[in-house]
Design a protein around this ligand. Structure first.
Ligand SMILES: *[C@@H]1O[C@H](CO)[C@@H](O)[C@H](O)[C@H]1NC(C)=O
Ligand SMILES: *[C@@H]1O[C@H](CO)[C@@H](O)[C@H](O)[C@H]1NC(C)=O
Ligand SMILES: *[C@@H]1O[C@H](CO)[C@@H](O)[C@H](O)[C@H]1NC(C)=O
Ligand SMILES: *[C@@H]1O[C@H](CO)[C@@H](O)[C@H](O)[C@H]1NC(C)=O
Ligand SMILES: *[C@@H]1O[C@H](CO)[C@@H](O)[C@H](O)[C@H]1NC(C)=O
Ligand SMILES: *[C@@H]1O[C@H](CO)[C@@H](O)[C@H](O)[C@H]1NC(C)=O
Ligand SMILES: *[C@@H]1O[C@H](CO)[C@@H](O)[C@H](O)[C@H]1NC(C)=O
Ligand SMILES: *[C@@H]1O[C@H](CO)[C@@H](O)[C@H](O)[C@H]1NC(C)=O
Ligand SMILES: *[C@@H]1O[C@H](CO)[C@@H](O)[C@H](O)[C@H]1NC(C)=O
Ligand SMILES: *[C@@H]1O[C@H](CO)[C@@H](O)[C@H](O)[C@H]1NC(C)=O
Ligand SMILES: *[C@@H]1O[C@H](CO)[C@@H](O)[C@H](O)[C@H]1NC(C)=O
Length: 750
């Protein structure tokens, strides 16, 4: 693996005066009062050469925290270890930075903390996270994310933001018109799939140039900060997907149509693909990478390039597949002699029947030098592909935890796999070179993401019990001592909710109520639209009670943002779980030939009341509000009314119909306050009204679906300002007191 080390060292030969400047800036941002109390010493020869990144943290006699390490990532990981293990503070998704809770005098410690990574790379992001989670992020949100990554030792983040600018400029350069390019690009919430060649074009409006320019401005800041923190950004490259009219400007070019994707019509799918063996491919690659380097500097040689993500090649002939990668690889090397091609290995799982071992081998062997490629084994915790592909036939690869589809929300985890199997893979596969996170969306369950990144610094499987204990200690810091109930609640969740080992469910499951209402087929569904519950719901009620009682022994928890966040999340989950029996009770009543309108009304009302109450719990926290997502989308329009409406439409469409006509409806469903009340509740009302007006023998699923679709299509076009009430949400403690009273069947007598 020597190539990797040399790449890491050479990759840092850039910008800032001192390599540690970025770390000092991080401390200044997040711990301004303690700026003088940290000393970072970078020494490439530090450590015993047993591991990759190594650090030592110790207290100096005068109280200064001294950090030594052989890389910036080692130093920031050492800083994180000190902050979490000694000071018990951290920064989190949604909750934000809690580092400010550190005491004014930093704690000293006697035994130095030593750390040694077991792999050279720690990776983060799925290509689609950029649409499901960060589509509308501001720079402030990115700053927090990048500090989160740095502290957790990530040294290889994907940097996909803003690539449309480079793309558009290159397309113009080869002679395409503005209209030809703009009809190819997708809406702001759908760019990830446009980049993949899954979709083309936009519905509901078209991507304005101002968006493209502003995102490009944002991307420059992101890449600069990544470099400052000495991460290696994985930059975009030209994949081959081009506007349809490319054949107008390159009449002899070898262009084929890609496959149809997820039920989208050929207007929006079957993207045109310029075959990599065509000479124009290398020319465009060169233009793309040249422009990119001009924009960001000579900051990285690792490029993300996915050609066949859920999109099968034109031919399955092994010779053809080998030719595709060989010529693509050559195009990268011509543009950047140090280029390394990073690809998501998702296709080998999602299109497993196409990607036979023979084809995988043919495709990968086109890249003549193993070290010129880096493959993300994207779903290692559930559907690893590295074994069947013989460790990708020697290509270096990264063990990734996917965990979440579409930013769906549900408490879930596979702690055994991300500790034991992850360790086993490293020991077994000589070409395994990293651990990574590849969630489609960042939606809660942060503990299992933290755990895999920490596993990268342990040669044996982490002990999950002590890990969770320590995690809780940092999570709820800032309220005096942490009540035992919180440790107990999380430990209970650890051994149940976070310990799924049943292959039937492989990722986060969602509750029944986010699915489009129908009489059957909603409960216990597996797969990416799944609703299976992998634990006894009573266990979670028990954990909830412990968490709730923790605030009786320590009332300051009510003002702790981590507690407020987690309390909403766990309450959401137990109420969501309680929807299933109410739904089944309604539908079994309906099936019963002597059901009455009154009994249906009564059951329907109860079910809808539950949704309304979940909504009010969610509204107490801005991280669980629809308005947060919509406002962030609208804000990118800079006051332009037409753009505001289009961005809002794009944002709404992604989390509901996902496509102009519901092509992937509800795949990216969210449990957000305001979304339940304005979308799911009306859908369930339509359902209940339909049942009331139709005897079971005449139930017509397609008629019901038509009515629902009519409502769903209208909802897409609503705009926030006109329709949604604003005003302050009630306080969590008060809302909880009310819903607990109302639902003794769920909460017991709390
Ligand atoms: C870019 O950086 C690499 C090392 O990372 C170096 O080998 C190469 O010469 C640099 N290229 C330019 C044009 O500066
Ligand atoms: C504290 O001690 C460290 C290590 O000996 C030294 O680098 C630092 O300058 C000292 N700080 C102060 C404020 O004296
Ligand atoms: C594509 O090119 C044709 C002429 O070859 C032209 O009529 C058409 O308008 C172009 N499409 C777009 C979207 O500009
Ligand atoms: C789109 O792709 C599908 C295969 O996925 C194919 O059957 C269809 O003919 C293609 N349509 C066009 C217009 O290329
Ligand atoms: C790939 O296929 C094209 C078209 O058949 C051919 O011209 C080219 O030589 C092949 N390239 C490689 C590297 O095999
Ligand atoms: C995880 O490891 C166990 C024990 O070796 C094995 O049975 C299981 O198949 C592995 N699971 C995955 C998803 O690799
Ligand atoms: C997780 O579940 C497996 C299988 O039921 C069990 O063997 C293991 O002890 C559990 N681990 C934890 C930490 O609960
Ligand atoms: C796995 O889950 C499925 C669906 O819930 C269930 O039918 C099956 O019995 C479970 N298997 C084990 C081994 O628990
Ligand atoms: C890993 O996960 C898979 C799929 O969920 C499961 O079949 C396997 O038993 C798990 N292995 C361990 C060690 O938890
Ligand atoms: C109601 O009837 C439908 C259609 O026969 C069936 O699929 C569904 O499972 C029944 N629901 C309940 C709760 O019995
Ligand atoms: C069900 O409703 C659809 C309209 O959505 C209608 O075309 C169809 O004929 C109905 N089926 C029956 C059996 O009535």
């Amino acid at each position: 693996m020597h190539w990797i080390k040399s790449l890491l060292w050479s990759g840092v030969a850039t910008a800032a005066a001192q390599p540690t400047d970025g770390l000092y800036s991080l401390v200044k941002r997040r711990l301004p009062d303690h700026f003088d109390q940290f000393r970072f010493n970078l020494d490439a020869n530090f450590g015993d050469n047993d591991g990759y990144d190594q650090f030592r943290v110790q207290s100096a006699d005068n109280g200064t925290v001294l950090l030594h390490g052989n890389s910036i990532s080692a130093l920031s990981s050492g800083l994180h270890r000190y902050l979490t293990e000694i000071v018990h503070v951290d920064i989190y998704w949604f909750v934000g930075s809690r580092l400010g809770q550190a005491p004014s005098s930093l704690p000293r410690f006697d035994t130095p903390i030593l750390g040694s990574s077991t792999v050279p790379w720690r990776y983060h992001f799925n290509t689609v996270t950029f649409s499901y989670t960060s589509a509308f992020w501001t720079w402030e949100e990115w700053e927090l994310q990048l500090d989160w990554l740095a502290l957790r030792g990530v040294n290889l983040p994907l940097a996909s933001v803003g690539q449309e600018k480079i793309m558009v400029d290159v397309f113009q350069e080869i002679g395409l018109t503005g209209a030809e390019i703009s009809t190819f690009l997708s809406g702001p919430a759908f760019l990830a799939w446009n980049r993949f060649g899954n979709i083309q074009g936009s519905w509901g409006g078209s991507l304005p140039q101002t968006w493209i320019d502003q995102q490009f401005g944002l991307s420059k800041k992101i890449v600069k900060r990544m470099v400052e923190l000495r991460m290696t950004p994985v930059l975009p490259a030209f994949t081959g997907y081009v506007p349809m009219n490319t054949s107008r400007v390159l009449p002899n070019a070898n262009i084929v149509r890609g496959s149809q994707w997820s039920g989208f019509s050929s207007q929006y799918s079957n993207d045109s693909f310029l075959q990599p063996f065509d000479d124009n491919f290398a020319r465009i690659q060169n233009l793309f990478i040249g422009r990119q380097k001009a924009a960001y500097g000579n900051v990285s040689h690792i490029y993300t390039l996915d050609q066949y993500n859920e999109n099968n090649p034109y031919s399955g002939d092994p010779g053809y597949l080998h030719n595709i990668t060989r010529t693509t690889w050559h195009s990268l090397k011509e543009a950047d002699p140090d280029a390394i091609w990073l690809m998501q290995g998702w296709l080998f799982y999602s299109s497993e029947s196409f990607w036979t071992s023979e084809r995988v081998e043919a495709y990968l062997s086109g890249v003549g030098k193993n070290s010129d490629m880096l493959i993300l084994d994207l779903f290692s915790e559930s559907m690893p592909q590295w074994r069947r592909t013989n460790s990708y036939y020697g290509k270096p690869w990264i063990w990734c935890q996917l965990h979440d589809y579409g930013g769906q929300m549900g408490l879930y985890g596979q702690i055994q796999n991300i500790t034991q199997n992850a360790t086993q893979a490293r020991l077994e596969s000589p070409s395994m070179v990293g651990y990574g996170l590849s969630p489609e969306g960042q939606e809660g369950n942060e503990v299992v993401y933290d755990m895999l990144l920490d596993q990268a610094w342990s040669s044996t499987p982490l002990d999950t019990e002590s890990y969770f204990h320590a995690w809780v200690a940092s999570r709820y810091s800032g309220c005096g001592s942490i009540p035992q109930e919180l440790y107990k609640a999380w430990d209970l969740m650890r051994t149940t909710i976070y310990n799924n080992t049943n292959l039937t469910t492989t990722a986060v499951m969602r509750p029944v109520f986010v699915s489009r209402p129908q009489l059957s087929g909603l409960v216990g569904v597996a797969g990416s639209f799944g609703t299976v519950l992998t634990y006894d719901p009573l266990v979670l009620v028990w954990a909830w009670r412990l968490m709730y009682h923790a605030a009786s022994s320590e009332p300051r928890l009510w003002s702790n943002p981590s507690y407020r966040h987690d309390m909403v999340d766990v309450t959401r989950q137990i109420m969501a779980n309680a929807f299933t029996p109410l739904y089944l009770s309604l539908t079994s009543t309906y099936n019963n030939s002597d059901s009455t309108q009154a009994s249906l009304s009564q059951k329907g009302t109860r079910m809808i009341q539950l949704l309304a109450d979940i909504d009010s719990v969610l509204l107490t926290n801005k991280n669980f509000r629809l308005s947060t997502w919509i406002e962030s989308a609208r804000a990118w329009a800079g006051g332009d009314k037409k753009q505001e409406s289009f961005f809002e439409y794009s944002a709404r469409n992604q989390i509901t119909l996902w496509g102009p006509d519901g092509e992937i409806s509800d795949y990216a469903a969210k449990q957000w306050g305001g979304l339940l009340s304005s979308y799911y509740v009306p859908r369930w009302r339509i359902f209940v009204e339909y049942l009331k007006s139709t005897p079971a023998v005449s139930y017509n699923a397609s008629m019901l679906q038509d009515r629902l679709l009519e409502f769903e299509l209208k909802w897409q076009k609503k705009t926030w300002a006109e329709t949604e009430p604003t005003g302050d949400a009630a306080d969590l403690e008060i809302v909880l007191a009310r819903v607990i009273q109302e639902w003794p069947s769920i909460f017991g007598h709390a």
